[in-house]
Design a protein. Sequence first.
Length: 190
Amino acid sequence: MANRDAPAGFQVTRHVAGGEQNRFNRYHIADALAASIFRGDLVIPVNTAKNITIQAAVANRVIGVFDGCFYIDPNGEVQFRPRWISGTSIKSGTSVDANVYDDPKSLFEVQASGDLQPADIGALANPTAAGSGSTQTGQSAMELDSATIGSGAVLKIMDLSSKVDNAYGENAKVIVALALHYLGGAMTAI
């Protein structure tokens, strides 16, 4: 069976300890941020005001996974969007609130950009470069970069996703932990 090539960024699946997987906190996006962020993108903190931006350098520590934002548009209407598009205008004097899955013990499903085999479970890898996603659906196109398996540092491959239409090989969906997290210690490979 061939896996379908359909990257969708990082999708929260569960918590290492079980229970609720949707443990997110509110962060902010600086007004006039010149970057687009899509649901499922890895994000990093900026400065000290709980501001975030997209993870541009793929080996940077992350604060979590972006899951949409709330803001007030220039007409005074409250908006919720699954993405932040560079150049979006907001009402003067307001801020953009972003939901971020920032629990270092959360696990995420992500597609591998190439081949993934059973021997890769427990290895470290990096994500693909950020910044691409659907402006219509707001969904990220980030993937686990298969070329960095064994030499990366940001993601720890925990398991193959147990979806019925998923198997080892090209474009496999895997469960990962954020191995370089601002709120947790760095993980090592097995």
